[in-house]
Design a protein around this ligand. Structure first.
Ligand SMILES: Nc1nc2c(c(=O)[nH]1)N[C@H]1C(S)=C(S)[C@@H](COP(=O)(O)O)O[C@H]1N2
Ligand SMILES: [Mo]
Length: 356
Protein backbone atom coordinates (compact mmCIF):
# COMPACT_ATOMS: atom_id res chain seq x y z
CA UNK A 1 0.00 0.00 0.00
CA UNK A 2 1.49 3.33 -0.95
CA UNK A 3 -0.99 6.02 -1.94
CA UNK A 4 -0.10 9.55 -2.89
CA UNK A 5 2.41 11.53 -0.87
CA UNK A 6 1.71 15.22 -0.30
CA UNK A 7 4.02 17.85 -1.86
CA UNK A 8 6.51 19.52 0.54
CA UNK A 9 6.06 22.99 2.05
CA UNK A 10 8.60 25.81 2.40
CA UNK A 11 7.89 28.77 4.66
CA UNK A 12 4.55 29.64 6.20
CA UNK A 13 2.50 27.04 8.05
CA UNK A 14 -0.77 25.95 6.51
CA UNK A 15 -4.27 25.85 8.01
CA UNK A 16 -4.02 22.02 8.00
CA UNK A 17 -0.77 22.06 9.98
CA UNK A 18 -2.34 24.47 12.49
CA UNK A 19 -5.33 22.13 12.89
CA UNK A 20 -3.03 19.14 13.52
CA UNK A 21 -0.91 21.14 15.96
CA UNK A 22 -4.00 22.16 17.95
CA UNK A 23 -5.19 18.56 18.30
CA UNK A 24 -1.81 17.02 19.05
CA UNK A 25 -0.28 18.86 21.97
CA UNK A 26 3.40 18.70 22.82
CA UNK A 27 4.99 18.53 26.26
CA UNK A 28 5.72 22.06 27.51
CA UNK A 29 9.52 22.11 27.88
CA UNK A 30 9.35 23.29 31.51
CA UNK A 31 7.89 19.81 32.20
CA UNK A 32 11.40 18.44 31.59
CA UNK A 33 11.75 19.05 35.35
CA UNK A 34 9.64 15.95 36.10
CA UNK A 35 11.21 12.49 36.06
CA UNK A 36 7.76 11.17 35.12
CA UNK A 37 5.66 13.51 33.01
CA UNK A 38 2.26 14.18 34.65
CA UNK A 39 -0.35 12.47 32.45
CA UNK A 40 -1.97 15.75 31.41
CA UNK A 41 1.38 17.11 30.19
CA UNK A 42 2.40 14.00 28.21
CA UNK A 43 2.56 14.77 24.50
CA UNK A 44 -0.21 13.48 22.23
CA UNK A 45 -0.29 12.14 18.71
CA UNK A 46 -3.67 10.99 17.44
CA UNK A 47 -3.94 10.37 13.70
CA UNK A 48 -7.70 10.13 13.43
CA UNK A 49 -10.37 10.52 16.17
CA UNK A 50 -10.24 9.21 19.73
CA UNK A 51 -12.62 6.25 19.52
CA UNK A 52 -15.52 5.82 21.93
CA UNK A 53 -14.34 3.06 24.25
CA UNK A 54 -15.74 1.68 27.51
CA UNK A 55 -13.41 -0.42 29.60
CA UNK A 56 -16.26 -2.75 30.69
CA UNK A 57 -17.24 -4.32 27.37
CA UNK A 58 -13.78 -3.82 25.76
CA UNK A 59 -12.05 -6.99 24.53
CA UNK A 60 -8.70 -7.57 22.89
CA UNK A 61 -8.74 -10.55 20.55
CA UNK A 62 -5.65 -12.63 19.79
CA UNK A 63 -6.04 -14.61 16.58
CA UNK A 64 -4.46 -15.68 13.30
CA UNK A 65 -1.58 -18.16 13.37
CA UNK A 66 -1.86 -19.14 17.04
CA UNK A 67 -2.52 -22.43 18.80
CA UNK A 68 -5.92 -21.10 19.87
CA UNK A 69 -7.63 -17.76 19.35
CA UNK A 70 -8.85 -16.02 22.50
CA UNK A 71 -10.15 -12.75 23.88
CA UNK A 72 -9.36 -10.90 27.08
CA UNK A 73 -11.35 -8.29 28.95
CA UNK A 74 -9.48 -5.54 30.78
CA UNK A 75 -10.37 -7.20 34.12
CA UNK A 76 -8.93 -10.52 32.90
CA UNK A 77 -5.69 -8.84 31.87
CA UNK A 78 -5.51 -7.14 35.27
CA UNK A 79 -5.52 -10.56 36.95
CA UNK A 80 -2.37 -11.64 35.08
CA UNK A 81 1.16 -10.84 36.34
CA UNK A 82 1.71 -7.09 35.92
CA UNK A 83 4.78 -5.04 35.24
CA UNK A 84 5.32 -1.29 35.64
CA UNK A 85 7.96 0.39 33.49
CA UNK A 86 9.17 3.95 33.11
CA UNK A 87 9.32 4.63 29.38
CA UNK A 88 10.41 7.69 27.41
CA UNK A 89 8.35 7.95 24.25
CA UNK A 90 9.09 10.25 21.34
CA UNK A 91 7.17 10.81 18.14
CA UNK A 92 9.18 9.84 15.05
CA UNK A 93 8.08 13.16 13.52
CA UNK A 94 9.45 15.20 16.42
CA UNK A 95 11.43 18.14 14.99
CA UNK A 96 9.65 18.03 11.63
CA UNK A 97 8.60 21.69 11.92
CA UNK A 98 12.27 22.70 11.98
CA UNK A 99 13.12 21.09 8.66
CA UNK A 100 12.89 22.79 5.27
CA UNK A 101 11.35 21.89 2.95
CA UNK A 102 9.00 20.18 5.39
CA UNK A 103 6.49 17.41 4.87
CA UNK A 104 2.84 18.41 5.45
CA UNK A 105 2.07 16.59 8.70
CA UNK A 106 2.21 17.29 12.43
CA UNK A 107 4.74 20.19 12.61
CA UNK A 108 6.44 19.39 15.94
CA UNK A 109 9.22 21.76 16.85
CA UNK A 110 10.89 19.64 19.56
CA UNK A 111 8.26 18.92 22.23
CA UNK A 112 6.95 15.55 20.99
CA UNK A 113 8.53 13.55 23.81
CA UNK A 114 7.55 12.56 27.38
CA UNK A 115 8.08 9.88 30.00
CA UNK A 116 5.34 7.86 31.71
CA UNK A 117 5.08 4.87 34.02
CA UNK A 118 3.06 2.25 32.18
CA UNK A 119 1.52 -0.77 33.90
CA UNK A 120 0.32 -3.81 32.02
CA UNK A 121 0.84 -7.42 31.07
CA UNK A 122 4.10 -8.26 29.29
CA UNK A 123 3.24 -9.55 25.83
CA UNK A 124 5.58 -12.49 26.52
CA UNK A 125 3.34 -13.47 29.47
CA UNK A 126 0.22 -13.44 27.23
CA UNK A 127 2.00 -15.53 24.61
CA UNK A 128 3.29 -18.02 27.17
CA UNK A 129 -0.20 -19.60 27.02
CA UNK A 130 -0.85 -19.15 23.32
CA UNK A 131 1.73 -20.64 20.95
CA UNK A 132 2.64 -19.10 17.63
CA UNK A 133 2.28 -21.48 14.68
CA UNK A 134 5.43 -22.43 12.77
CA UNK A 135 4.55 -20.16 9.86
CA UNK A 136 4.13 -17.04 12.04
CA UNK A 137 6.17 -14.17 10.67
CA UNK A 138 4.73 -10.97 12.11
CA UNK A 139 2.37 -9.89 14.88
CA UNK A 140 -0.01 -7.10 13.92
CA UNK A 141 -1.47 -4.77 16.54
CA UNK A 142 -4.73 -3.19 15.47
CA UNK A 143 -6.14 0.00 17.00
CA UNK A 144 -9.85 0.76 16.98
CA UNK A 145 -9.40 4.21 15.41
CA UNK A 146 -10.12 4.52 11.72
CA UNK A 147 -9.53 7.15 9.07
CA UNK A 148 -8.14 7.95 5.67
CA UNK A 149 -4.57 8.86 4.80
CA UNK A 150 -3.27 9.35 1.28
CA UNK A 151 -6.63 8.24 -0.01
CA UNK A 152 -6.57 4.88 1.78
CA UNK A 153 -9.07 4.03 4.53
CA UNK A 154 -7.58 1.99 7.35
CA UNK A 155 -7.40 1.40 11.09
CA UNK A 156 -4.18 2.45 12.82
CA UNK A 157 -2.25 -0.84 12.79
CA UNK A 158 1.41 -1.68 13.16
CA UNK A 159 3.38 -4.93 13.22
CA UNK A 160 6.43 -6.28 15.02
CA UNK A 161 8.49 -9.41 14.44
CA UNK A 162 7.84 -12.08 17.09
CA UNK A 163 11.33 -11.46 18.51
CA UNK A 164 10.69 -7.71 18.92
CA UNK A 165 7.19 -8.30 20.27
CA UNK A 166 8.35 -10.76 22.96
CA UNK A 167 11.24 -8.52 23.98
CA UNK A 168 11.40 -7.77 27.68
CA UNK A 169 9.35 -4.65 28.44
CA UNK A 170 6.79 -4.80 25.64
CA UNK A 171 3.47 -4.39 27.47
CA UNK A 172 -0.25 -4.45 26.87
CA UNK A 173 -0.83 -1.51 29.21
CA UNK A 174 -3.99 -0.55 31.08
CA UNK A 175 -2.54 2.11 33.39
CA UNK A 176 -0.40 5.23 33.04
CA UNK A 177 1.23 6.86 36.07
CA UNK A 178 -0.85 4.60 38.33
CA UNK A 179 -4.24 5.56 36.84
CA UNK A 180 -6.40 3.89 34.19
CA UNK A 181 -5.39 5.07 30.71
CA UNK A 182 -6.92 8.38 29.66
CA UNK A 183 -9.02 8.35 26.44
CA UNK A 184 -6.34 10.27 24.51
CA UNK A 185 -3.60 7.81 25.53
CA UNK A 186 -5.40 4.71 24.32
CA UNK A 187 -8.01 3.77 26.94
CA UNK A 188 -8.66 1.11 27.92
CA UNK A 189 -5.66 -0.80 26.41
CA UNK A 190 -2.57 0.10 24.45
CA UNK A 191 0.67 -1.47 23.43
CA UNK A 192 3.87 0.03 24.87
CA UNK A 193 7.07 -0.71 22.97
CA UNK A 194 9.99 0.76 24.97
CA UNK A 195 12.93 2.31 23.08
CA UNK A 196 11.03 2.61 19.79
CA UNK A 197 9.51 5.75 18.38
CA UNK A 198 5.92 6.21 19.54
CA UNK A 199 4.14 4.88 16.43
CA UNK A 200 4.87 1.30 17.56
CA UNK A 201 2.86 1.78 20.77
CA UNK A 202 -0.60 1.19 19.27
CA UNK A 203 -3.41 2.79 21.26
CA UNK A 204 -7.03 1.54 21.62
CA UNK A 205 -5.70 -1.97 21.06
CA UNK A 206 -8.52 -4.32 20.02
CA UNK A 207 -6.84 -7.08 18.05
CA UNK A 208 -3.49 -8.87 18.00
CA UNK A 209 -3.22 -10.83 14.76
CA UNK A 210 -0.45 -13.28 13.88
CA UNK A 211 0.28 -13.47 10.15
CA UNK A 212 2.63 -15.42 7.84
CA UNK A 213 3.83 -12.51 5.70
CA UNK A 214 5.12 -8.94 5.99
CA UNK A 215 2.30 -6.63 7.10
CA UNK A 216 1.66 -3.95 4.49
CA UNK A 217 -0.64 -1.48 6.27
CA UNK A 218 -0.40 2.24 5.49
CA UNK A 219 1.19 3.01 8.87
CA UNK A 220 3.72 0.21 8.35
CA UNK A 221 5.04 0.32 4.79
CA UNK A 222 3.94 3.68 3.44
CA UNK A 223 4.56 5.86 6.50
CA UNK A 224 7.32 5.66 9.14
CA UNK A 225 10.28 5.13 6.83
CA UNK A 226 13.42 7.20 6.49
CA UNK A 227 13.72 8.20 2.85
CA UNK A 228 16.35 10.29 1.06
CA UNK A 229 14.17 10.76 -2.01
CA UNK A 230 10.45 10.45 -2.77
CA UNK A 231 9.53 7.05 -4.20
CA UNK A 232 12.26 5.18 -2.33
CA UNK A 233 11.23 2.17 -0.26
CA UNK A 234 13.32 3.57 2.60
CA UNK A 235 14.41 2.24 5.98
CA UNK A 236 11.77 1.62 8.68
CA UNK A 237 11.73 3.95 11.71
CA UNK A 238 12.29 1.76 14.75
CA UNK A 239 14.37 2.79 17.77
CA UNK A 240 14.62 6.42 18.89
CA UNK A 241 17.75 8.22 17.77
CA UNK A 242 19.89 9.78 20.48
CA UNK A 243 18.38 13.12 21.50
CA UNK A 244 18.29 15.68 24.31
CA UNK A 245 16.46 18.80 25.39
CA UNK A 246 16.95 21.57 27.96
CA UNK A 247 14.23 23.44 29.81
CA UNK A 248 14.69 26.98 28.48
CA UNK A 249 15.94 29.17 31.39
CA UNK A 250 14.49 32.50 32.51
CA UNK A 251 11.06 33.83 31.61
CA UNK A 252 9.42 33.84 28.19
CA UNK A 253 8.08 36.66 26.11
CA UNK A 254 4.41 35.72 25.54
CA UNK A 255 4.17 35.92 21.77
CA UNK A 256 7.64 34.94 20.59
CA UNK A 257 8.51 32.78 23.60
CA UNK A 258 11.99 34.33 23.56
CA UNK A 259 13.80 33.89 26.86
CA UNK A 260 14.84 36.70 29.23
CA UNK A 261 17.02 36.25 32.30
CA UNK A 262 19.22 38.16 34.69
CA UNK A 263 23.01 38.06 34.53
CA UNK A 264 24.69 35.73 37.04
CA UNK A 265 24.78 32.03 37.86
CA UNK A 266 21.96 29.92 36.43
CA UNK A 267 21.39 26.17 36.53
CA UNK A 268 20.22 24.65 33.25
CA UNK A 269 18.36 21.34 33.46
CA UNK A 270 17.57 18.89 30.72
CA UNK A 271 17.02 15.27 29.72
CA UNK A 272 18.74 12.97 27.25
CA UNK A 273 17.58 9.67 25.77
CA UNK A 274 18.32 7.12 23.07
CA UNK A 275 16.46 3.98 22.03
CA UNK A 276 19.72 2.35 20.97
CA UNK A 277 21.91 2.46 24.07
CA UNK A 278 22.41 4.23 27.41
CA UNK A 279 23.44 7.90 27.35
CA UNK A 280 27.19 8.35 27.68
CA UNK A 281 27.60 12.11 27.54
CA UNK A 282 25.71 15.40 27.30
CA UNK A 283 27.36 18.61 26.17
CA UNK A 284 26.08 22.14 26.52
CA UNK A 285 27.16 25.15 24.47
CA UNK A 286 26.94 28.90 24.90
CA UNK A 287 27.54 30.64 21.56
CA UNK A 288 29.29 27.57 20.17
CA UNK A 289 31.65 26.92 23.12
CA UNK A 290 30.91 23.36 24.28
CA UNK A 291 31.36 21.98 27.80
CA UNK A 292 30.30 18.75 29.49
CA UNK A 293 27.06 18.67 31.47
CA UNK A 294 26.71 16.65 34.70
CA UNK A 295 24.66 13.46 34.28
CA UNK A 296 22.42 12.17 37.07
CA UNK A 297 22.28 8.43 37.69
CA UNK A 298 20.08 6.57 35.17
CA UNK A 299 16.53 5.93 36.44
CA UNK A 300 15.62 2.94 34.28
CA UNK A 301 16.64 1.13 31.12
CA UNK A 302 13.97 2.83 29.00
CA UNK A 303 13.76 6.32 30.50
CA UNK A 304 15.48 9.61 29.81
CA UNK A 305 18.46 10.70 31.89
CA UNK A 306 18.52 14.00 33.75
CA UNK A 307 21.45 16.38 33.30
CA UNK A 308 22.38 19.80 34.62
CA UNK A 309 24.96 22.44 33.92
CA UNK A 310 25.88 25.70 35.66
CA UNK A 311 26.28 28.80 33.55
CA UNK A 312 27.38 32.30 34.56
CA UNK A 313 25.11 34.31 32.29
CA UNK A 314 26.68 37.49 30.94
CA UNK A 315 24.67 40.38 29.48
CA UNK A 316 23.76 40.18 25.81
CA UNK A 317 22.06 37.78 23.43
CA UNK A 318 23.27 34.17 23.52
CA UNK A 319 22.51 30.91 21.80
CA UNK A 320 22.34 27.86 24.09
CA UNK A 321 22.52 24.34 22.67
CA UNK A 322 22.75 20.80 24.04
CA UNK A 323 23.76 17.55 22.45
CA UNK A 324 23.88 13.96 23.70
CA UNK A 325 26.02 10.96 22.77
CA UNK A 326 24.99 7.37 23.51
CA UNK A 327 27.06 4.27 24.25
CA UNK A 328 27.14 3.29 20.57
CA UNK A 329 29.06 6.54 19.99
CA UNK A 330 26.13 8.09 18.09
CA UNK A 331 25.86 11.83 18.75
CA UNK A 332 23.19 14.34 17.79
CA UNK A 333 23.94 16.28 14.61
CA UNK A 334 24.08 20.08 14.75
CA UNK A 335 21.82 20.45 11.70
CA UNK A 336 18.61 18.54 10.92
CA UNK A 337 19.31 15.27 9.08
CA UNK A 338 17.49 15.24 5.75
CA UNK A 339 14.40 13.04 5.46
CA UNK A 340 11.60 13.27 2.88
CA UNK A 341 8.73 13.06 5.40
CA UNK A 342 10.60 14.72 8.27
CA UNK A 343 11.24 11.73 10.53
CA UNK A 344 14.06 11.41 13.05
CA UNK A 345 15.15 15.05 13.33
CA UNK A 346 17.42 14.82 16.38
CA UNK A 347 19.44 17.98 15.66
CA UNK A 348 20.81 19.69 18.76
CA UNK A 349 18.25 22.09 20.26
CA UNK A 350 18.79 25.87 20.02
CA UNK A 351 17.52 28.28 22.65
CA UNK A 352 18.07 32.00 22.24
CA UNK A 353 18.29 34.00 25.45
CA UNK A 354 18.52 37.70 26.25
CA UNK A 355 20.53 38.26 29.44
CA UNK A 356 19.81 41.57 31.18
N1 LIG B 1 -4.31 3.53 17.51
C1 LIG B 1 -3.37 4.49 17.45
N2 LIG B 1 -2.21 4.29 18.09
C2 LIG B 1 -1.24 5.23 18.05
C3 LIG B 1 -1.41 6.41 17.30
C4 LIG B 1 -2.67 6.61 16.65
O1 LIG B 1 -2.91 7.64 16.02
N3 LIG B 1 -3.61 5.62 16.74
N4 LIG B 1 -0.38 7.32 17.23
C5 LIG B 1 0.96 6.75 17.43
C6 LIG B 1 2.00 7.73 17.47
S1 LIG B 1 2.56 8.30 15.97
C7 LIG B 1 2.60 8.11 18.63
S2 LIG B 1 3.92 9.16 18.62
C8 LIG B 1 2.11 7.61 19.94
C9 LIG B 1 1.74 8.76 20.85
O2 LIG B 1 1.26 8.29 22.08
P1 LIG B 1 0.61 9.31 23.11
O3 LIG B 1 -0.40 10.14 22.36
O4 LIG B 1 0.02 8.49 24.19
O5 LIG B 1 1.74 10.18 23.61
O6 LIG B 1 0.97 6.78 19.80
C10 LIG B 1 1.01 5.91 18.69
N5 LIG B 1 -0.11 5.00 18.74
MO1 LIG C 1 4.37 9.67 16.33
Amino acid sequence: MTGKRRPPIVGRYTQEELALASRNSGMPLEALRYDVTPAGLHYLLIHFDIPAADAGPWRVRIDGLVSRACTYSVAELQRLPARTLRVTMECAGNGRGQTSPRYPSMPWLEEGVSTAEWTGVPLSVLFAEIQLRQSAQEIVFHGADRGIDRGIEHSFSRSLSPVEAMRDGVLVAYAMNGQPLLPQHGAPLRLVVPDWYGMASVKWLERIEVIDHAFEGVQQTSSYHFRDAPGEKGVPCTRMRVNSLMAPPGIPDYYGRRRNLDAGPVEILGRAWSGDAPIRRVEFAVDGAWQDAVLDDPVGDHAWRRWTVRWSATPGTHELRCRATDETGAAQPLDPPWDVTGFGNNAAQRVEVLVR
